[in-house]
Design a protein around this ligand. Structure first.
Ligand code: GLU
Length: 498
């Protein structure tokens, strides 16, 4: 266990091999929230040692997703820090240094076995009774002078960890899983440095975590089986072992592992689907952690104050998209008009309703759209659908079913209603505001002796095109008088030939 008196330093260490996975995002959130709650530091380290898959673009994708989620890091790419560089490919000298240290401590040995030899041994062992139990340690007992000669002669070799004999079980107390114990005898003399001089994952991670003075390693439980191996490396280097906290899996609603084929799995996808970063952070935080077992809306300030490792559960978490939708709706309701406009802007622009410049110039006008939909939206993507009619100028696209039900229904007198309404809305003496317009139209209920619905639904269809819309006169107020009148004229002529 690490020394509890040291300032907390945690890291999120993604391999930039694609988009930021939702499981990775949860790991990042836990590290970030834990750092904040403990007054510690949150470090972002990019594990880019896989040259084929670690591209600059993939790194940028991760950084963008982290920023969008609002998971600011105290040290890492772009911000720097005292323990950099924060890209593994720039830390090779530290791995060499660590290898030299291990050589001095006689904790490693060069291995000259070729891939073909190793494959053959493995195949033979797999056929035998005991099965394959790792490298057979042929080179472990090579004469030191001979090994030195072969290295100097340029013979390809890797460096392996000399797992100590009679080590006894490798034990650690995981902050989530509790007491863990792994037998050391089955641990392979793992490769630390490959033939090409690059470090293996386990070696690089231990060197970095130690050099960056990481106190708590919080990561997915797919790394649980690496942990005893990493502990052996810490011990060989004489470094203090940090506290580990392994996080259970996130499963889909069907109880199966989240998969790209069946689920949206990346942060970017959820962003494109119209979720808010605040809602996604809240939702992901609750996949495996709880504040008190019941509170569901936990703003990030509370999360950053209250997060603790002891409330992380071992049970697999279920990703319930209905709950995420509900939660997003709650955040939309409480976010306020100005923030909503900024969040919804890209979706409105993408739908072709407006431009970014228009939104910037007329921000106050766009904020008036918020009360029309705030109570009824789950995702930001719904905004263009619900509001597009407002942007159509004099044009209206009439929904056939709405026309049949509300304008052409036997005895509904919609043509009469719309003619009266047209006169009211064209009357310049009535201020173009919700209340006076609505009140004047309501007078038609008595005047024509019709139920309110038979007055208001035809107006709704003629102006918005549909029998379902945001509040009618609040919407009309945001449109231009001439355009609304033009829509009534169009509907009268299109539907009634008038
Ligand atoms: N780079 C590793 C991954 O993306 C994480 C390593 C760790 O957290 O120890 O899975």
């Amino acid at each position: 266990m690490s020394d509890q008196s040291k300032p907390v330093r945690v890291r999120f260490a993604p391999s930039p091999t694609g988009e930021l996975h939702i499981g990775g995002a949860r790991t990042a959130i836990y590290n970030w929230a834990f750092a904040k709650a403990m007054g510690g530091s949150f470090i972002l380290r990019i594990e880019d040692t896989d040259p084929e898959r670690s591209t600059e673009e993939n790194k940028q994708v991760i950084l963008r997703a982290m920023k969008w989620l609002g998971l600011t890091w105290d040290e890492g790419p772009e911000v720097g820090g005292n323990f950099g560089p924060y890209l593994q490919t720039q830390r090779f000298d530290t791995y060499t240094e660590a290898l030299e240290c291990l050589k001095k401590r006689d904790a490693v040995y060069p291995c000259f076995c070729t891939k073909e030899e190793l494959d053959a041994k493995r195949a033979a062992a797999e056929k035998s009774e005991g099965g394959y139990s790792g490298y057979d340690r042929t080179c472990r007992n090579l004469d030191k002078e001979e090994a030195k000669r072969r290295i100097e002669a340029g013979e390809p070799h890797v460096w392996r960890l000399k797992v100590p004999e009679n080590h006894g079980p490798i034990e650690f107390k995981d902050a989530v899983y509790g007491d863990m114990s792994f037998p050391a005898e089955v641990m392979d003399d793992m490769i630390l440095i490959r033939t090409d001089g690059t470090p293996t994952y386990n070696f690089a991670v231990v060197c970095d975590d130690a050099n960056m003075q990481i106190t708590h390693v919080i990561r997915g439980d797919d790394h649980l089986s690496n942990t005893p191996r990493q502990i052996l490396i810490y011990e060989a280097l004489g470094y203090e072992v940090p506290t580990f906290a392994h996080l259970s899996m996130i499963l889909g609603a069907d109880g199966r592992k989240l998969s790209k084929r069946r689920n949206a799995t990346s942060v970017e996808q959820y962003q494109a689907m119209g979720f808010l970063p605040d809602a996604l952070v809240n939702f992901l935080a609750l996949l495996g952690w709880s504040l008190d077992g019941e509170t569901t809306i936990i703003p990030r300030e509370v999360l950053c104050k209250e997060f603790s490792l002891d409330r992380i559960t071992r049970k697999d978490a279920i990703f319930d998209e209905t709950k995420l939708d509900w939660m997003n709706g709650e955040y939309i309701k409480s976010m306020g008009a100005s923030a909503w406009v900024d969040a919804v802007a890209p979706f409105m622009v993408e739908a072709g309703l407006t431009s970014t410049e228009d939104i910037q110039t007329n921000h106050a006008w766009f904020e008036k759209l918020y009360p029309l939909v705030a109570e009824r939206m789950k995702r930001l993507t719904e905004a263009p659908e619900k509001l597009s009619f407002i942007f159509d100028g004099p044009n209206v696209t009439l929904d056939e079913r709405s026309v049949q039900k509300n304008l052409l229904k036997e005895g509904c007198r919609a043509d009469e209603v719309l003619r009266e309404v047209r006169a009211i809305l064209a009357d310049e003496s009535i201020p173009w505001e919700c209340d006076p317009l609505q009140d004047t139209c309501r007078e038609l209920v008595d005047k024509l002796g019709l139920k309110a619905k038979l007055v208001f639904q035809p107006i709704r269809v003629a102006v918005t095109g549909s029998q379902v819309s945001p509040p009618l006169f609040e919407s009309i107020e945001l449109m231009e008088r001439k355009d609304v009148v033009a829509r009534l004229d169009y509907t009268l002529s299109e539907v009634f030939g008038a």
